[in-house]
Design a protein. Structure first.
Lengths: 316, 367, 312
């Protein structure tokens, strides 16, 4: 190495008012803040778990129990059957049935939304026809129409279609109260999904379309074999988002299902409250069971979820 | 006093050594360029001076104080980033005044300094605009203005010209040199472009893999590169290298290899005789090669070669030759125009040869 | 080669304008082919209901829910001007205030905490985002535990601060804040995710520049973080307001609109009118009123706040 200078440390003097702290102290404080935040967020979930694990007698105590078992000086003993509440919850209320209903409902809605918005987004992104811009705006305007405004007429539609002589007897196969159709059909189209997919489709280079055209691909083939594979991440995000919205629906399933067999998890859970006022811990166990699928979704699909949710908020 | 001293600065990022035992003094009011390829640690070294990174080991001295534990804002430095880092929601005026606001400098003083810097940089008509409304060159000047207004002892610049188009780059280079002269402050300038380094720097410090290769005036770096890396990095097209064995011939040495046969001068022979093994790396710059004739003089080296490709630039030809064993690049006069496949004799002066130890890559002094 | 076309359909050997017209028709045809499911669904379940709701508002409903006499704008006037609606509006307004503002503060706070470069930070990120996985029903049931008058943690905490044991959900003064608290928690995950994405889009260089310029932590937050977050803030505010106005589930589970109408937000009162009293006319009027209210509110927010938002 060739250098032409000398070190001059000996002449240096340490001066200066603001001395930077070594990170350790600050780190500890930050972790404390993080743990505090996590505690606040997780508290309701934790208390639910605790209550679900308590036996019937324990919950009547005056101070809230933070742990699901009794601890005296020497030993901690489990009071009552801890896990018994879960099977009890499943017993006393057809939770499994509810879950199946919710799964079917959500599944159909998700698939339906994926299909309809992919088709619509394709039309808006790749096809040129008169009135395309206006039609897209009209699509977007559906986002502005709140649930309440459409709910009464939609309910009436379901009711009337369900009558035995609507549409020459066919109506009640399309829509009627207490049916999967009623739970799913109104939600099969989504402007949000169309918007999301369109944004993505527009980033697909035109050259790809031209190459496909030269290869003889018509629109459907192009959509199915080129566009869709290229859009997997967005489709996944939309799927997760649609899953969340559909699974969490409350008002609509409440209205269109009276038969206990058709209830979704959300409604079934709410009904649980009325029934089991005494056995609060059973109710909590049931709540946890109902919450499981969503948490699993979060754990496994966090990335897609975040992408879908932030599509509108942040410029990418 | 605004000198900057790197005293055995080392920086680790986990396993990676970004800066390796760097010791370097930047003199007061000097324009020093930190030059090197991507990833050589020059930006990291700059950021350590700025206080944006902490050195793993070693000391940084600005002026006469050790600043390792001093916050960036108190080091009396200003930094111009490659992508300018202007506050997008503030006007040009507020961008430049920001640091003064943070120090509670009174408003009139802020205005005055901003106006002054703006006039120097030709920004006075743009003060109300937001960065999004400016061109790249204008934004760059705002970034400069922001630095000037702080009246720092040291200006730190991290590849500020990379985002400009070629023409603007040349123009801004000259303006920066003038600015340095006017402000009479220390400039530490980081770049990977050796043309920028050669034209702007009073001294150039070349880094590779975090280690300092050479620091010297541009002319010296050009004429006496400290090792093979510096020799190949400075100068475009790059220096040609040959691997040669040394043989005794008469009262001197002969270097043979890669199609080259060079009788060495007495001075050169003497220097090379000290090598542990009789092999050497020889370097010759493309600009020192010319077309020769068979009647060669003793202090010229002659090499037969075949033309491979010719790139004509109008004022010169850049020709790639091959002589069976190696490729040689030369910058020749535009005429006579050469053609592919032509066989020619190349000639270059013996005193223009550079010698390097083939093991260490270090320069062998022959004078 | 010809300029890139959107659709490589063969050109018909017809005179100019006719060929163009036919190609346009073909495009339209394809367009409709792809769009008809969405168009049909939107027409039946979004646009038709909108019109029908307005229409229903013109008619009085009899006690059995059948469409009664045409009363025209009178019903609109009387319902929208009535004390019932105004009370619901007031409750809804309070509810929105209680949920949107703390939601932003908490969401931003958690996002900032989660945005640090610390080991194991991703665990905290997942935790903070976790409430996005709770549905309205699940969240309400969980908070029932916390709000339980005898064994609830919240009531116990309040007790420590001097508030005697309260049945929060049955107390007209505490019911709305309690439901709001549940809602804030429910939406916390979403707010955190959105703010975190916003924070991560702020270039690191700006922070470094501010550091050199001498901005302390507060200065950096005020002059760099907040302005750069303004689009996200707008989004969260607008969406948060809309969500607040449409809240139903938690009220249905926790308080059923009571006690004494203390939590009877507009949506809930619409539900009561339509599906408990079968008064479709009144309910439709309220729904239409709500629609225009939300529309106007969103437009006002966008106009008023967008000026302060800075886009890059």
């Amino acid at each position: 190495m060739v250098t032409t200078d000398e070190a001059l440390t000996t002449k240096a003097v340490t001066v200066g008012r603001a001395v930077r702290h070594r990170p350790w102290g600050r780190h500890a404080l930050r972790y404390i803040a993080l743990i505090l935040g996590a505690t606040v967020v997780l508290l309701p979930i934790y208390m639910t778990v605790v209550n679900a694990l308590l036996a019937k007698e324990s919950i009547v105590s005056y101070t809230p129990k933070l742990l699901p078992f009794e601890c005296s000086w020497d030993i901690c003993s489990a009071s009552g059957s801890q896990w018994g509440n879960f099977p009890k919850a499943l017993d006393q209320v057809p939770l499994i049935r509810y879950m199946i209903n919710s799964t079917l409902q959500t599944g159909v809605i998700v698939i339906g939304q994926l299909i309809t918005s992919a088709l619509a987004a394709y039309a808006f992104a790749f096809l040129r026809f008169p009135g395309r811009g206006l039609l897209f705006l009209i699509f977007l305007s559906t986002l502005m129409v709140p649930l309440e405004v459409s709910i009464i007429p939609n309910f009436q539609t379901v009711q009337t279609m369900g009558h035995s002589d609507a549409l020459w007897g066919l109506g009640r196969h399309i829509l009627r109260l207490d049916s999967y159709q009623a739970l799913t059909i109104p939600f099969l189209a989504t402007a949000f999904g169309t918007f999301l997919l369109r944004q993505h489709f527009m980033t697909i280079p035109k050259e790809l379309r031209d190459a496909a055209a030269i290869d003889g691909y018509g629109h459907f083939r192009f959509l199915l074999f080129v566009v869709v594979p290229l859009s997997r991440p967005v489709l996944a995000s939309l799927a997760v988002f649609a899953f969340l919205s559909a699974w969490n629906q409350y008002l609509w399933p409440l209205l269109v299902t009276n038969d206990d067999n058709m209830r979704t998890v959300q409604i079934g859970l709410a009904a649980l409250r009325g029934r089991e006022i005494d056995s609060f811990n059973v109710v909590m166990a049931g709540t946890l069971i109902a919450a499981m699928p969503m948490f699993a979704m979060l754990v496994f699909f966090q990335g897609q979820l975040v992408r879908g949710l932030t599509a509108g908020a942040v410029k990418r | 006093m605004s000198r900057v001293v790197f005293d055995r600065i080392t920086k680790h990022f986990g396993e990676v050594v970004a800066v390796d035992d760097l010791s370097l003094e930047v003199y007061d009011q000097e324009f020093l360029v930190l030059l090197g390829p991507s990833g050589c640690g020059k930006s990291t070294a700059l950021r350590i001076v700025a206080g944006l990174e902490d050195a793993t080991r070693g000391t940084i001295i600005i002026g006469d104080r050790v600043v390792n534990n001093i916050e960036a804002k108190n080091r009396d430095i200003a930094m111009v980033f490659q992508d300018y880092a202007l506050y997008p929601h503030m006007s040009v005026h507020d961008n430049m005044a920001f640091s003064m606001r943070m120090r509670h400098v009174p408003r009139e003083e802020r205005h005055r300094r901003v106006l002054e810097a703006a006039r120097t940089l030709g920004l006075d008509t743009l003060l109300r605009r937001k960065p999004a409304e400016l061109s790249g060159g204008q934004r760059q000047r705002v970034a400069l203005g922001r630095a000037i207004v702080r009246q720092p002892s040291v200006f730190l610049m991290d590849e500020p010209l990379s985002n400009l188009d070629a023409k603007l780059r040349v123009q801004t280079r000259r303006e920066l040199i003038k600015l340095h002269r006017r402000l009479q402050t220390t400039f530490i300038y980081v770049t990977h472009d050796q043309v920028e380094a050669m034209t702007m720097g009073e001294r150039i410090a070349i880094l590779k893999d975090g280690a300092l290769q050479q620091v010297d005036h541009p002319q010296n770096v050009y004429e006496r590169p400290a090792n093979v890396f510096v020799a190949s990095f400075i100068g475009s097209p790059a220096m040609n290298f040959f691997h040669a064995e040394l043989q005794s011939r008469g009262d001197g040495l002969l270097a043979c290899g890669d199609g080259l046969e060079v009788p060495l001068s007495a001075a050169q022979s003497q220097a090379l005789a000290k090598l542990p093994t009789p092999s050497v790396t020889i370097g010759i710059r493309p600009e020192h090669i010319s077309l020769g004739d068979a009647a060669a003089k003793t202090d010229q080296c002659v090499l037969a070669a075949v033309v491979d490709t010719v790139e004509s630039l109008g004022s010169e030809q850049q020709v790639t030759f091959s002589n069976g064993e190696s490729t040689i690049q030369a910058r020749l006069d535009p005429s006579p125009t050469l053609r592919e496949g032509e066989k020619v004799l190349l000639m270059f002066p013996r005193e223009r040869l550079h010698f390097f130890d083939p093991e260490t890559g270090l320069r062998i002094e022959d004078r | 080669m010809a300029v890139t076309t959107a659709e490589p359909l063969p050109r018909l050997p017809l005179p100019g304008p006719l060929a163009r017209g036919l190609t346009q028709l073909k495009s339209l045809g394809f367009g409709m082919l792809f769009l008809w499911p969405s168009i049909l669904l939107f027409s039946v379940f979004v646009f038709y209901p909108l019109i029908k709701s307005i229409y229903l508002g013109f008619y009085e409903s009899d006690p059995l829910g059948n469409q009664g006499d045409l009363v025209g704008f009178d019903q609109y006037r009387s319902v929208l001007g009535g004390s019932d609606f105004r009370h619901s509006l007031w409750i809804t307004f309070q509810f929105t205030m209680y949920t949107v503002v703390p939601g932003i503060v908490l969401g931003l706070g958690l996002a900032m905490l989660a945005n640090q470069k610390l080991p194991a930070i991703s665990i905290f990120r997942t935790i903070f985002a976790s409430t996005v996985a709770t549905s309205v029903a699940v969240a309400s049931m969980m908070w029932l535990t916390l709000l339980n008058p005898t064994t609830g943690l919240v009531t116990w905490i309040l007790d420590q601060f001097g508030q005697p044991r309260l049945n929060l959900l049955n107390d007209p003064d505490w019911a709305l804040p309690a439901v709001a608290l549940t809602t804030i928690w429910l939406n916390l995950g979403l707010a955190t995710i959105v703010f975190l994405a916003g924070l991560q889009s702020i270039p690191e260089r700006l922070y470094e520049s501010a550091r050199i310029d001498g901005a302390g932590r507060i200065g950096t937050f005020w002059h760099v973080t907040l302005p750069m977050l303004s689009p996200t803030m707008l989004f969260v505010t607008v969406v948060g307001t809309i969500l607040a106005f449409e809240s139903f589930g938690q009220i249905h589970i926790l308080t059923r609109g009571g006690p004494l109408d203390a939590t009877n937000v507009i949506v809930y009162s619409i539900y009561q009118d339509a599906f408990q009293r079968f008064d479709y006319g009144v309910a439709s009027v309220k729904a239409v009123g709500l629609f225009f209210l939300v529309l106007g509110l969103t437009a006002a927010q966008l106009r008023f706040l967008e000026r302060r938002v800075f886009y890059q």
